[in-house]
Design a protein around this ligand. Structure first.
Ligand SMILES: *[C@@H]1O[C@H](CO)[C@@H](O)[C@H](O)[C@H]1NC(C)=O
Ligand SMILES: *[C@@H]1O[C@H](CO)[C@@H](O)[C@H](O)[C@H]1NC(C)=O
Ligand SMILES: *[C@@H]1O[C@H](CO)[C@@H](O)[C@H](O)[C@H]1NC(C)=O
Ligand SMILES: *[C@@H]1O[C@H](CO)[C@@H](O)[C@H](O)[C@H]1NC(C)=O
Ligand SMILES: *[C@@H]1O[C@H](CO)[C@@H](O)[C@H](O)[C@H]1NC(C)=O
Ligand SMILES: *[C@@H]1O[C@H](CO)[C@@H](O)[C@H](O)[C@H]1NC(C)=O
Ligand SMILES: *[C@@H]1O[C@H](CO)[C@@H](O)[C@H](O)[C@H]1NC(C)=O
Ligand SMILES: *[C@@H]1O[C@H](CO)[C@@H](O)[C@H](O)[C@H]1NC(C)=O
Ligand SMILES: *[C@@H]1O[C@H](CO)[C@@H](O)[C@H](O)[C@H]1NC(C)=O
Ligand SMILES: *[C@@H]1O[C@H](CO)[C@@H](O)[C@H](O)[C@H]1NC(C)=O
Length: 459
Protein backbone atom coordinates (compact mmCIF):
# COMPACT_ATOMS: atom_id res chain seq x y z
CA UNK A 1 0.00 0.00 0.00
CA UNK A 2 2.72 2.44 1.06
CA UNK A 3 4.68 1.62 -2.08
CA UNK A 4 1.67 2.27 -4.23
CA UNK A 5 1.13 5.72 -2.69
CA UNK A 6 4.80 6.52 -3.12
CA UNK A 7 4.58 5.43 -6.71
CA UNK A 8 1.69 7.82 -7.32
CA UNK A 9 3.53 10.63 -5.57
CA UNK A 10 6.58 10.02 -7.76
CA UNK A 11 4.38 9.90 -10.81
CA UNK A 12 2.78 13.23 -9.94
CA UNK A 13 6.14 14.88 -9.33
CA UNK A 14 7.82 13.32 -12.31
CA UNK A 15 9.31 16.13 -14.42
CA UNK A 16 8.14 14.33 -17.54
CA UNK A 17 4.51 14.59 -16.35
CA UNK A 18 4.95 18.26 -15.58
CA UNK A 19 6.44 18.89 -18.97
CA UNK A 20 3.61 17.03 -20.66
CA UNK A 21 1.04 19.05 -18.77
CA UNK A 22 2.58 22.35 -19.77
CA UNK A 23 2.53 21.26 -23.37
CA UNK A 24 -1.13 20.31 -23.18
CA UNK A 25 -2.36 23.39 -21.35
CA UNK A 26 -1.27 26.65 -22.93
CA UNK A 27 0.63 28.84 -20.49
CA UNK A 28 -1.79 31.58 -19.61
CA UNK A 29 -0.06 34.85 -20.22
CA UNK A 30 -1.50 38.30 -19.80
CA UNK A 31 -0.23 41.02 -22.07
CA UNK A 32 -1.18 44.69 -21.98
CA UNK A 33 -2.46 46.23 -25.16
CA UNK A 34 -0.24 49.23 -24.34
CA UNK A 35 2.80 47.05 -25.08
CA UNK A 36 1.62 46.90 -28.67
CA UNK A 37 1.53 50.66 -29.07
CA UNK A 38 -2.14 51.43 -28.39
CA UNK A 39 -2.52 55.18 -27.81
CA UNK A 40 -5.49 54.62 -25.47
CA UNK A 41 -6.70 58.19 -25.92
CA UNK A 42 -10.16 57.23 -27.18
CA UNK A 43 -9.72 59.47 -30.24
CA UNK A 44 -7.03 57.75 -32.30
CA UNK A 45 -7.92 54.39 -33.81
CA UNK A 46 -6.07 51.62 -31.96
CA UNK A 47 -7.26 48.89 -34.31
CA UNK A 48 -3.82 47.91 -35.62
CA UNK A 49 -2.22 47.66 -32.19
CA UNK A 50 -5.08 45.64 -30.70
CA UNK A 51 -5.37 43.30 -33.67
CA UNK A 52 -1.65 42.56 -33.77
CA UNK A 53 -1.72 41.82 -30.04
CA UNK A 54 -4.62 39.39 -30.56
CA UNK A 55 -2.84 37.69 -33.45
CA UNK A 56 0.41 37.32 -31.56
CA UNK A 57 -1.22 35.92 -28.40
CA UNK A 58 -3.23 33.46 -30.46
CA UNK A 59 -0.27 32.24 -32.50
CA UNK A 60 1.82 31.76 -29.37
CA UNK A 61 -0.73 29.43 -27.78
CA UNK A 62 -3.27 31.77 -26.21
CA UNK A 63 -3.63 34.11 -23.26
CA UNK A 64 -5.28 37.28 -22.06
CA UNK A 65 -5.11 40.69 -23.66
CA UNK A 66 -5.50 43.34 -20.99
CA UNK A 67 -7.09 46.76 -21.48
CA UNK A 68 -5.97 48.75 -18.41
CA UNK A 69 -8.29 50.77 -16.23
CA UNK A 70 -9.28 54.38 -16.92
CA UNK A 71 -8.22 54.24 -20.57
CA UNK A 72 -10.35 54.33 -23.74
CA UNK A 73 -9.65 52.47 -26.95
CA UNK A 74 -11.30 53.51 -30.19
CA UNK A 75 -11.37 50.72 -32.74
CA UNK A 76 -12.74 49.37 -35.99
CA UNK A 77 -13.77 45.69 -36.17
CA UNK A 78 -11.54 43.36 -34.15
CA UNK A 79 -11.20 39.67 -35.04
CA UNK A 80 -10.93 37.59 -31.89
CA UNK A 81 -8.72 34.52 -32.44
CA UNK A 82 -8.50 31.10 -30.81
CA UNK A 83 -7.18 31.02 -27.26
CA UNK A 84 -7.52 34.75 -26.68
CA UNK A 85 -9.55 36.43 -23.93
CA UNK A 86 -9.99 40.18 -23.93
CA UNK A 87 -9.90 41.56 -20.42
CA UNK A 88 -11.40 45.03 -20.24
CA UNK A 89 -10.65 46.22 -16.72
CA UNK A 90 -13.12 48.15 -14.64
CA UNK A 91 -12.91 51.77 -15.82
CA UNK A 92 -11.54 50.80 -19.24
CA UNK A 93 -13.63 51.29 -22.36
CA UNK A 94 -13.51 49.88 -25.89
CA UNK A 95 -15.29 52.32 -28.20
CA UNK A 96 -16.78 51.48 -31.59
CA UNK A 97 -15.97 53.23 -34.83
CA UNK A 98 -19.20 54.46 -36.41
CA UNK A 99 -18.19 54.80 -40.08
CA UNK A 100 -19.03 52.12 -42.62
CA UNK A 101 -15.31 51.78 -43.43
CA UNK A 102 -14.70 50.76 -39.80
CA UNK A 103 -16.45 47.46 -40.58
CA UNK A 104 -15.45 44.69 -43.00
CA UNK A 105 -16.87 44.61 -46.52
CA UNK A 106 -18.84 41.39 -45.89
CA UNK A 107 -22.08 42.26 -44.18
CA UNK A 108 -22.06 38.99 -42.15
CA UNK A 109 -18.98 40.29 -40.30
CA UNK A 110 -20.45 43.63 -39.28
CA UNK A 111 -19.59 43.45 -35.59
CA UNK A 112 -17.28 45.55 -33.44
CA UNK A 113 -15.75 42.34 -32.07
CA UNK A 114 -16.16 39.06 -33.93
CA UNK A 115 -14.81 35.52 -33.59
CA UNK A 116 -15.36 33.56 -36.80
CA UNK A 117 -14.64 29.82 -36.55
CA UNK A 118 -12.48 30.04 -33.41
CA UNK A 119 -12.01 27.96 -30.24
CA UNK A 120 -11.75 29.01 -26.59
CA UNK A 121 -12.32 32.70 -26.95
CA UNK A 122 -13.64 35.12 -24.38
CA UNK A 123 -14.28 38.59 -23.13
CA UNK A 124 -14.13 39.50 -19.45
CA UNK A 125 -13.40 42.31 -17.00
CA UNK A 126 -15.76 44.84 -15.51
CA UNK A 127 -15.11 47.47 -18.14
CA UNK A 128 -17.28 48.76 -20.97
CA UNK A 129 -17.67 47.96 -24.65
CA UNK A 130 -19.56 50.82 -26.23
CA UNK A 131 -21.25 50.51 -29.65
CA UNK A 132 -22.19 54.23 -29.71
CA UNK A 133 -25.68 53.38 -30.92
CA UNK A 134 -26.75 57.00 -30.43
CA UNK A 135 -24.66 57.90 -33.50
CA UNK A 136 -26.99 55.69 -35.56
CA UNK A 137 -30.16 57.50 -34.53
CA UNK A 138 -31.21 59.60 -37.49
CA UNK A 139 -34.26 61.05 -35.78
CA UNK A 140 -35.22 60.59 -32.16
CA UNK A 141 -38.80 59.55 -31.60
CA UNK A 142 -40.14 58.48 -28.21
CA UNK A 143 -42.41 56.00 -30.05
CA UNK A 144 -39.57 54.47 -32.06
CA UNK A 145 -36.36 56.08 -33.29
CA UNK A 146 -35.61 56.34 -37.00
CA UNK A 147 -32.20 54.78 -37.54
CA UNK A 148 -29.36 55.37 -39.98
CA UNK A 149 -29.08 52.53 -42.49
CA UNK A 150 -25.94 51.70 -44.49
CA UNK A 151 -28.03 50.32 -47.32
CA UNK A 152 -26.73 52.62 -50.04
CA UNK A 153 -23.94 50.32 -51.21
CA UNK A 154 -26.13 47.27 -51.79
CA UNK A 155 -24.34 45.38 -49.00
CA UNK A 156 -27.66 44.78 -47.33
CA UNK A 157 -31.26 45.87 -47.75
CA UNK A 158 -33.88 47.60 -45.69
CA UNK A 159 -33.52 49.59 -42.52
CA UNK A 160 -31.51 47.08 -40.48
CA UNK A 161 -28.13 47.74 -42.13
CA UNK A 162 -26.21 48.62 -39.01
CA UNK A 163 -23.35 46.81 -37.23
CA UNK A 164 -23.98 44.49 -34.29
CA UNK A 165 -21.76 44.81 -31.23
CA UNK A 166 -20.29 41.35 -30.54
CA UNK A 167 -20.54 38.14 -32.56
CA UNK A 168 -19.30 34.60 -32.05
CA UNK A 169 -19.76 32.67 -35.29
CA UNK A 170 -19.11 28.91 -35.67
CA UNK A 171 -17.04 28.99 -32.49
CA UNK A 172 -16.60 26.54 -29.61
CA UNK A 173 -15.79 27.26 -25.99
CA UNK A 174 -17.00 30.85 -25.78
CA UNK A 175 -16.93 32.73 -22.45
CA UNK A 176 -18.30 36.20 -21.87
CA UNK A 177 -18.10 37.28 -18.26
CA UNK A 178 -18.89 40.35 -16.16
CA UNK A 179 -18.54 42.82 -19.01
CA UNK A 180 -20.77 45.89 -19.56
CA UNK A 181 -22.10 46.19 -23.09
CA UNK A 182 -23.46 49.60 -24.04
CA UNK A 183 -25.50 51.08 -26.85
CA UNK A 184 -25.33 48.58 -29.69
CA UNK A 185 -26.38 50.04 -33.06
CA UNK A 186 -28.28 46.81 -33.83
CA UNK A 187 -28.15 43.51 -31.85
CA UNK A 188 -25.80 43.41 -28.89
CA UNK A 189 -24.45 39.89 -28.31
CA UNK A 190 -24.95 37.31 -31.06
CA UNK A 191 -24.08 33.60 -31.06
CA UNK A 192 -24.26 31.77 -34.39
CA UNK A 193 -23.71 27.99 -34.62
CA UNK A 194 -21.64 27.97 -31.43
CA UNK A 195 -21.12 25.10 -29.03
CA UNK A 196 -20.41 25.27 -25.32
CA UNK A 197 -20.93 28.93 -24.50
CA UNK A 198 -21.02 30.51 -21.05
CA UNK A 199 -22.32 34.04 -20.61
CA UNK A 200 -22.18 35.15 -16.97
CA UNK A 201 -22.76 38.42 -15.19
CA UNK A 202 -23.07 40.41 -18.39
CA UNK A 203 -24.85 43.72 -18.27
CA UNK A 204 -26.44 45.16 -21.41
CA UNK A 205 -27.74 48.71 -21.75
CA UNK A 206 -29.29 49.61 -25.09
CA UNK A 207 -31.58 52.43 -26.16
CA UNK A 208 -35.19 51.85 -25.10
CA UNK A 209 -36.50 53.58 -28.24
CA UNK A 210 -34.21 52.08 -30.88
CA UNK A 211 -35.53 49.18 -32.96
CA UNK A 212 -33.46 45.97 -33.23
CA UNK A 213 -31.54 46.76 -30.05
CA UNK A 214 -31.72 43.10 -29.01
CA UNK A 215 -29.88 41.88 -25.91
CA UNK A 216 -28.62 38.33 -26.51
CA UNK A 217 -29.52 36.48 -29.72
CA UNK A 218 -28.78 32.77 -29.57
CA UNK A 219 -28.92 31.37 -33.06
CA UNK A 220 -28.38 27.72 -34.10
CA UNK A 221 -26.17 27.17 -31.05
CA UNK A 222 -25.99 24.20 -28.66
CA UNK A 223 -25.10 23.96 -24.99
CA UNK A 224 -25.41 27.60 -24.02
CA UNK A 225 -25.61 28.77 -20.40
CA UNK A 226 -26.54 32.34 -19.56
CA UNK A 227 -26.58 33.43 -15.91
CA UNK A 228 -26.78 36.61 -13.90
CA UNK A 229 -27.40 38.97 -16.76
CA UNK A 230 -28.99 42.38 -16.56
CA UNK A 231 -30.56 43.58 -19.78
CA UNK A 232 -32.23 46.96 -20.26
CA UNK A 233 -32.87 47.60 -23.93
CA UNK A 234 -35.30 48.43 -26.73
CA UNK A 235 -35.80 45.13 -28.48
CA UNK A 236 -35.99 41.43 -27.52
CA UNK A 237 -33.79 40.71 -24.51
CA UNK A 238 -33.09 36.97 -24.85
CA UNK A 239 -33.89 35.65 -28.25
CA UNK A 240 -33.34 32.07 -29.46
CA UNK A 241 -33.59 31.71 -33.26
CA UNK A 242 -32.96 28.96 -35.78
CA UNK A 243 -31.94 29.53 -39.39
CA UNK A 244 -29.62 26.67 -40.41
CA UNK A 245 -29.67 23.85 -37.81
CA UNK A 246 -31.65 22.66 -34.77
CA UNK A 247 -30.77 24.21 -31.44
CA UNK A 248 -30.50 22.24 -28.19
CA UNK A 249 -29.71 22.88 -24.55
CA UNK A 250 -30.08 26.52 -23.63
CA UNK A 251 -30.21 27.42 -19.93
CA UNK A 252 -30.93 30.96 -18.78
CA UNK A 253 -30.96 31.72 -15.06
CA UNK A 254 -30.98 34.63 -12.64
CA UNK A 255 -31.51 37.49 -15.06
CA UNK A 256 -33.20 40.88 -14.76
CA UNK A 257 -34.78 42.26 -17.92
CA UNK A 258 -36.52 45.39 -19.12
CA UNK A 259 -37.39 45.81 -22.78
CA UNK A 260 -39.83 47.58 -25.10
CA UNK A 261 -40.30 44.19 -26.77
CA UNK A 262 -40.18 40.59 -25.41
CA UNK A 263 -38.25 39.49 -22.33
CA UNK A 264 -37.72 36.03 -23.80
CA UNK A 265 -38.64 35.44 -27.42
CA UNK A 266 -38.39 32.30 -29.53
CA UNK A 267 -38.20 33.30 -33.20
CA UNK A 268 -39.43 34.84 -35.23
CA UNK A 269 -36.65 33.21 -37.35
CA UNK A 270 -37.66 29.59 -36.64
CA UNK A 271 -36.71 27.28 -39.52
CA UNK A 272 -35.33 24.43 -37.36
CA UNK A 273 -36.17 22.79 -34.02
CA UNK A 274 -35.73 24.22 -30.53
CA UNK A 275 -35.25 21.59 -27.85
CA UNK A 276 -34.46 21.16 -24.15
CA UNK A 277 -34.36 24.66 -22.76
CA UNK A 278 -34.79 26.10 -19.30
CA UNK A 279 -35.52 29.67 -18.23
CA UNK A 280 -35.38 29.97 -14.47
CA UNK A 281 -35.44 32.79 -11.92
CA UNK A 282 -36.02 35.73 -14.22
CA UNK A 283 -37.46 39.13 -13.45
CA UNK A 284 -39.03 40.85 -16.42
CA UNK A 285 -39.98 44.42 -15.63
CA UNK A 286 -42.34 46.76 -17.56
CA UNK A 287 -41.82 45.01 -20.88
CA UNK A 288 -44.10 44.80 -23.90
CA UNK A 289 -44.25 41.01 -23.68
CA UNK A 290 -43.01 38.56 -21.07
CA UNK A 291 -42.38 35.01 -22.27
CA UNK A 292 -43.02 34.61 -25.97
CA UNK A 293 -42.90 31.97 -28.68
CA UNK A 294 -43.29 33.51 -32.11
CA UNK A 295 -42.85 30.47 -34.35
CA UNK A 296 -43.40 31.28 -38.03
CA UNK A 297 -41.17 29.13 -40.26
CA UNK A 298 -41.85 25.46 -39.50
CA UNK A 299 -39.31 24.63 -36.76
CA UNK A 300 -40.73 22.46 -33.94
CA UNK A 301 -40.41 23.49 -30.31
CA UNK A 302 -40.37 20.95 -27.45
CA UNK A 303 -39.36 20.41 -23.86
CA UNK A 304 -39.13 24.00 -22.70
CA UNK A 305 -39.53 25.04 -19.05
CA UNK A 306 -40.10 28.51 -17.66
CA UNK A 307 -39.89 28.55 -13.87
CA UNK A 308 -39.77 31.00 -10.99
CA UNK A 309 -40.45 34.08 -13.04
CA UNK A 310 -41.82 37.39 -11.93
CA UNK A 311 -43.01 39.69 -14.64
CA UNK A 312 -44.85 42.89 -15.36
CA UNK A 313 -46.05 43.66 -18.86
CA UNK A 314 -47.58 46.86 -20.19
CA UNK A 315 -48.58 48.40 -23.48
CA UNK A 316 -46.22 50.53 -25.52
CA UNK A 317 -46.68 52.04 -28.96
CA UNK A 318 -48.18 49.43 -31.36
CA UNK A 319 -45.29 49.96 -33.81
CA UNK A 320 -43.47 47.52 -31.50
CA UNK A 321 -44.49 43.85 -31.63
CA UNK A 322 -46.26 42.84 -28.45
CA UNK A 323 -49.52 43.79 -26.76
CA UNK A 324 -48.58 43.48 -23.09
CA UNK A 325 -49.14 39.70 -23.05
CA UNK A 326 -47.45 38.09 -20.01
CA UNK A 327 -47.29 34.77 -21.91
CA UNK A 328 -47.59 34.53 -25.68
CA UNK A 329 -47.46 31.15 -27.41
CA UNK A 330 -48.04 31.24 -31.15
CA UNK A 331 -47.22 29.21 -34.21
CA UNK A 332 -48.53 30.07 -37.66
CA UNK A 333 -47.13 30.17 -41.20
CA UNK A 334 -45.38 33.51 -41.77
CA UNK A 335 -46.67 33.63 -45.36
CA UNK A 336 -48.06 31.35 -48.04
CA UNK A 337 -44.71 29.65 -48.58
CA UNK A 338 -44.20 28.85 -44.84
CA UNK A 339 -45.55 26.10 -42.65
CA UNK A 340 -46.45 26.15 -38.96
CA UNK A 341 -44.04 24.35 -36.63
CA UNK A 342 -45.39 22.35 -33.72
CA UNK A 343 -45.12 23.45 -30.09
CA UNK A 344 -45.29 20.76 -27.42
CA UNK A 345 -44.19 19.89 -23.92
CA UNK A 346 -44.08 23.42 -22.60
CA UNK A 347 -44.13 24.02 -18.85
CA UNK A 348 -44.73 27.23 -16.92
CA UNK A 349 -44.13 26.81 -13.19
CA UNK A 350 -44.20 29.42 -10.42
CA UNK A 351 -45.01 32.41 -12.59
CA UNK A 352 -46.23 35.60 -11.03
CA UNK A 353 -47.44 38.34 -13.36
CA UNK A 354 -49.00 41.78 -13.26
CA UNK A 355 -50.21 42.61 -16.69
CA UNK A 356 -52.21 44.96 -18.89
CA UNK A 357 -53.33 42.14 -21.18
CA UNK A 358 -54.15 38.44 -21.07
CA UNK A 359 -52.29 35.30 -22.05
CA UNK A 360 -52.41 34.57 -25.78
CA UNK A 361 -52.19 30.96 -26.99
CA UNK A 362 -52.66 30.29 -30.65
CA UNK A 363 -51.61 27.21 -32.56
CA UNK A 364 -52.65 26.60 -36.14
CA UNK A 365 -54.71 24.04 -37.93
CA UNK A 366 -52.56 20.90 -38.05
CA UNK A 367 -50.10 22.47 -35.58
CA UNK A 368 -52.11 22.61 -32.36
CA UNK A 369 -50.29 23.58 -29.17
CA UNK A 370 -49.99 20.36 -27.19
CA UNK A 371 -48.94 19.27 -23.75
CA UNK A 372 -48.77 22.77 -22.29
CA UNK A 373 -49.00 23.20 -18.52
CA UNK A 374 -49.35 26.14 -16.16
CA UNK A 375 -48.58 25.21 -12.54
CA UNK A 376 -48.54 27.69 -9.67
CA UNK A 377 -49.47 30.70 -11.73
CA UNK A 378 -50.64 34.01 -10.39
CA UNK A 379 -51.77 36.74 -12.77
CA UNK A 380 -53.10 40.14 -11.78
CA UNK A 381 -54.84 41.98 -14.59
CA UNK A 382 -54.64 45.72 -14.33
CA UNK A 383 -54.55 48.77 -16.63
CA UNK A 384 -52.26 51.73 -16.03
CA UNK A 385 -51.45 53.10 -19.50
CA UNK A 386 -53.86 54.71 -21.99
CA UNK A 387 -52.95 52.63 -25.04
CA UNK A 388 -55.93 50.92 -26.68
CA UNK A 389 -56.45 47.23 -25.92
CA UNK A 390 -58.65 44.69 -27.71
CA UNK A 391 -56.23 43.72 -30.48
CA UNK A 392 -54.86 40.23 -31.11
CA UNK A 393 -51.27 40.43 -32.31
CA UNK A 394 -50.25 37.70 -34.78
CA UNK A 395 -47.32 39.68 -36.20
CA UNK A 396 -45.05 39.11 -38.04
CA UNK A 397 -47.01 37.79 -41.00
CA UNK A 398 -49.98 35.46 -40.34
CA UNK A 399 -53.12 37.49 -39.59
CA UNK A 400 -51.26 40.61 -38.43
CA UNK A 401 -53.17 42.73 -35.93
CA UNK A 402 -56.79 41.63 -35.52
CA UNK A 403 -59.47 43.74 -33.85
CA UNK A 404 -61.06 41.71 -31.11
CA UNK A 405 -62.71 44.33 -28.89
CA UNK A 406 -62.47 42.30 -25.72
CA UNK A 407 -59.68 41.33 -23.37
CA UNK A 408 -59.92 37.78 -22.05
CA UNK A 409 -57.69 36.47 -19.26
CA UNK A 410 -56.49 33.64 -21.48
CA UNK A 411 -57.29 33.26 -25.19
CA UNK A 412 -56.94 29.77 -26.66
CA UNK A 413 -57.22 28.59 -30.22
CA UNK A 414 -55.84 25.45 -31.84
CA UNK A 415 -54.83 23.96 -28.52
CA UNK A 416 -54.91 20.24 -27.81
CA UNK A 417 -53.74 19.32 -24.33
CA UNK A 418 -53.52 22.17 -21.82
CA UNK A 419 -53.45 21.79 -18.07
CA UNK A 420 -53.76 24.48 -15.41
CA UNK A 421 -52.97 23.47 -11.86
CA UNK A 422 -53.20 25.89 -8.99
CA UNK A 423 -53.66 29.26 -10.62
CA UNK A 424 -54.96 32.56 -9.32
CA UNK A 425 -56.32 35.08 -11.78
CA UNK A 426 -57.22 38.40 -10.26
CA UNK A 427 -58.75 41.46 -11.89
CA UNK A 428 -58.30 44.97 -10.58
CA UNK A 429 -61.18 47.40 -10.87
CA UNK A 430 -59.45 49.49 -13.52
CA UNK A 431 -59.17 46.45 -15.75
CA UNK A 432 -62.89 45.74 -15.62
CA UNK A 433 -63.64 49.31 -16.69
CA UNK A 434 -61.33 48.73 -19.61
CA UNK A 435 -63.26 46.05 -21.48
CA UNK A 436 -62.09 42.97 -19.70
CA UNK A 437 -64.81 40.39 -20.04
CA UNK A 438 -64.16 36.66 -20.19
CA UNK A 439 -61.61 35.09 -17.88
CA UNK A 440 -61.10 32.30 -20.39
CA UNK A 441 -62.00 32.35 -24.02
CA UNK A 442 -61.54 29.61 -26.55
CA UNK A 443 -62.39 29.41 -30.15
CA UNK A 444 -64.71 26.43 -30.18
CA UNK A 445 -63.89 23.31 -32.18
CA UNK A 446 -60.19 24.17 -32.18
CA UNK A 447 -59.56 23.44 -28.51
CA UNK A 448 -59.56 20.05 -26.82
CA UNK A 449 -58.25 18.17 -23.82
CA UNK A 450 -58.22 21.00 -21.29
CA UNK A 451 -57.89 20.31 -17.61
CA UNK A 452 -58.19 22.83 -14.83
CA UNK A 453 -57.46 22.05 -11.19
CA UNK A 454 -57.64 24.61 -8.45
CA UNK A 455 -58.23 27.60 -10.69
CA UNK A 456 -59.30 30.65 -8.68
CA UNK A 457 -60.78 33.78 -10.19
CA UNK A 458 -61.29 36.94 -8.20
CA UNK A 459 -61.74 40.67 -8.37
C1 LIG B 1 -8.89 55.49 -12.13
O1 LIG B 1 -9.79 56.57 -11.94
C2 LIG B 1 -10.34 56.59 -10.64
C3 LIG B 1 -11.42 57.66 -10.60
O2 LIG B 1 -11.00 58.81 -11.24
C4 LIG B 1 -9.22 56.83 -9.63
O3 LIG B 1 -9.75 56.82 -8.33
C5 LIG B 1 -8.19 55.72 -9.76
O4 LIG B 1 -7.10 55.99 -8.92
C6 LIG B 1 -7.70 55.59 -11.18
N1 LIG B 1 -6.87 54.40 -11.28
C7 LIG B 1 -5.70 54.41 -11.92
C8 LIG B 1 -4.95 53.12 -11.90
O5 LIG B 1 -5.28 55.36 -12.51
C1 LIG C 1 -32.54 52.24 -46.46
O1 LIG C 1 -32.75 52.65 -45.11
C2 LIG C 1 -33.64 53.74 -44.98
C3 LIG C 1 -33.57 54.26 -43.56
O2 LIG C 1 -33.92 53.31 -42.61
C4 LIG C 1 -35.02 53.24 -45.38
O3 LIG C 1 -35.97 54.26 -45.23
C5 LIG C 1 -34.96 52.78 -46.83
O4 LIG C 1 -36.18 52.19 -47.20
C6 LIG C 1 -33.86 51.76 -47.06
N1 LIG C 1 -33.67 51.57 -48.48
C7 LIG C 1 -33.41 50.38 -49.01
C8 LIG C 1 -33.21 50.34 -50.50
O5 LIG C 1 -33.31 49.36 -48.38
C1 LIG D 1 -26.74 21.17 -32.42
O1 LIG D 1 -27.29 19.92 -32.14
C2 LIG D 1 -28.19 19.47 -33.12
C3 LIG D 1 -28.78 18.17 -32.62
O2 LIG D 1 -27.80 17.25 -32.36
C4 LIG D 1 -27.43 19.30 -34.44
O3 LIG D 1 -28.33 18.90 -35.45
C5 LIG D 1 -26.82 20.63 -34.81
O4 LIG D 1 -26.05 20.51 -35.98
C6 LIG D 1 -25.93 21.12 -33.69
N1 LIG D 1 -25.42 22.44 -34.00
C7 LIG D 1 -24.15 22.74 -34.03
C8 LIG D 1 -23.79 24.14 -34.37
O5 LIG D 1 -23.28 21.92 -33.78
C1 LIG E 1 -20.36 20.22 -29.20
O1 LIG E 1 -20.84 19.70 -28.00
C2 LIG E 1 -21.09 18.31 -27.99
C3 LIG E 1 -21.70 17.97 -26.66
O2 LIG E 1 -20.93 18.44 -25.62
C4 LIG E 1 -19.77 17.59 -28.27
O3 LIG E 1 -20.03 16.22 -28.32
C5 LIG E 1 -19.21 18.07 -29.58
O4 LIG E 1 -17.95 17.50 -29.81
C6 LIG E 1 -19.04 19.58 -29.59
N1 LIG E 1 -18.64 20.05 -30.91
C7 LIG E 1 -17.53 20.70 -31.13
C8 LIG E 1 -17.31 21.15 -32.52
O5 LIG E 1 -16.75 20.97 -30.25
C1 LIG F 1 -27.69 18.31 -24.63
O1 LIG F 1 -27.38 18.02 -23.28
C2 LIG F 1 -27.46 16.63 -23.02
C3 LIG F 1 -27.31 16.47 -21.52
O2 LIG F 1 -26.21 17.16 -21.06
C4 LIG F 1 -26.38 15.91 -23.82
O3 LIG F 1 -26.46 14.54 -23.58
C5 LIG F 1 -26.61 16.18 -25.30
O4 LIG F 1 -25.57 15.64 -26.06
C6 LIG F 1 -26.66 17.67 -25.56
N1 LIG F 1 -27.04 17.93 -26.95
C7 LIG F 1 -26.21 18.43 -27.84
C8 LIG F 1 -26.77 18.65 -29.20
O5 LIG F 1 -25.05 18.73 -27.60
C1 LIG G 1 -32.41 34.99 -8.79
O1 LIG G 1 -31.83 35.98 -9.61
C2 LIG G 1 -31.45 37.15 -8.91
C3 LIG G 1 -30.89 38.13 -9.94
O2 LIG G 1 -31.91 38.59 -10.77
C4 LIG G 1 -30.44 36.83 -7.86
O3 LIG G 1 -30.14 37.97 -7.12
C5 LIG G 1 -30.97 35.76 -6.94
O4 LIG G 1 -29.97 35.36 -6.04
C6 LIG G 1 -31.42 34.55 -7.73
N1 LIG G 1 -32.05 33.59 -6.86
C7 LIG G 1 -31.61 32.35 -6.75
C8 LIG G 1 -32.41 31.47 -5.84
O5 LIG G 1 -30.65 31.94 -7.37
C1 LIG H 1 -35.75 18.51 -21.17
O1 LIG H 1 -34.90 19.63 -21.02
C2 LIG H 1 -34.15 19.66 -19.82
C3 LIG H 1 -33.36 20.95 -19.80
O2 LIG H 1 -34.22 22.00 -19.58
C4 LIG H 1 -33.26 18.46 -19.75
O3 LIG H 1 -32.58 18.45 -18.52
C5 LIG H 1 -34.07 17.20 -19.90
O4 LIG H 1 -33.21 16.09 -19.97
C6 LIG H 1 -34.90 17.26 -21.17
N1 LIG H 1 -35.76 16.10 -21.25
C7 LIG H 1 -35.71 15.27 -22.27
C8 LIG H 1 -36.69 14.14 -22.23
O5 LIG H 1 -34.92 15.40 -23.19
C1 LIG I 1 -41.91 26.40 -7.19
O1 LIG I 1 -41.87 27.08 -5.94
C2 LIG I 1 -41.90 26.20 -4.82
C3 LIG I 1 -41.88 27.07 -3.57
O2 LIG I 1 -42.98 27.90 -3.58
C4 LIG I 1 -40.69 25.32 -4.82
O3 LIG I 1 -40.77 24.42 -3.78
C5 LIG I 1 -40.62 24.57 -6.15
O4 LIG I 1 -39.42 23.86 -6.21
C6 LIG I 1 -40.65 25.54 -7.31
N1 LIG I 1 -40.70 24.79 -8.55
C7 LIG I 1 -39.73 24.81 -9.46
C8 LIG I 1 -39.92 23.97 -10.67
O5 LIG I 1 -38.72 25.49 -9.35
C1 LIG J 1 -46.32 24.52 -6.61
O1 LIG J 1 -46.33 25.19 -5.36
C2 LIG J 1 -46.41 24.29 -4.25
C3 LIG J 1 -46.61 25.11 -3.02
O2 LIG J 1 -45.66 26.12 -2.92
C4 LIG J 1 -45.15 23.47 -4.21
O3 LIG J 1 -45.23 22.56 -3.14
C5 LIG J 1 -45.02 22.69 -5.51
O4 LIG J 1 -43.78 22.02 -5.54
C6 LIG J 1 -45.08 23.63 -6.70
N1 LIG J 1 -45.12 22.85 -7.92
C7 LIG J 1 -44.06 22.78 -8.76
C8 LIG J 1 -44.25 21.94 -9.97
O5 LIG J 1 -43.03 23.36 -8.58
C1 LIG K 1 -54.31 15.40 -22.95
O1 LIG K 1 -53.19 16.24 -22.61
C2 LIG K 1 -52.28 15.67 -21.70
C3 LIG K 1 -51.21 16.70 -21.41
O2 LIG K 1 -51.77 17.93 -21.07
C4 LIG K 1 -51.66 14.42 -22.30
O3 LIG K 1 -50.81 13.83 -21.38
C5 LIG K 1 -52.78 13.46 -22.71
O4 LIG K 1 -52.20 12.37 -23.40
C6 LIG K 1 -53.78 14.14 -23.61
N1 LIG K 1 -54.89 13.23 -23.86
C7 LIG K 1 -55.40 13.07 -25.08
C8 LIG K 1 -56.56 12.14 -25.15
O5 LIG K 1 -54.95 13.65 -26.06
Amino acid sequence: MATLQLYFLLFLLNPLTIQLKSQLLPITTTISVLDFGATADGITFDTVAIQSAINQISSSGGGTLNFPTNLSFLTATLFLKSGVTLEVEEGARIIAGVREEDYPPEHRLWYLIVADGEKNVGIKGKGIIDGRGEMFVQRKDPKKNIMVSWNQTGNCNGDECRPKLIGFLDSTGVKVEEINLLQPALWCLHLVRCNDTVIGGVSINGDFNSPNNDGIDIEDSNNTVITGCKIDTGDDAICPKTYTTPMHNLTVRNCWIKTKSSGVKFGSGSWFDFKNMLFDNLTIFDSHRGLALQIRDGGDVSNITFSNIELRTRYYDPSWWGRAEPIYITTCPRDQSSKAGSISNLRFVNISAVSENGVFMSGSEGAELSDVSFVNISITYQRWTDFAGGLDDYRPGCQGLVQHNSTPGIIMEYVSGFEIRHANMRWSHSSILNGWNNPLQFRSFTVSNLSFHDLNLSI
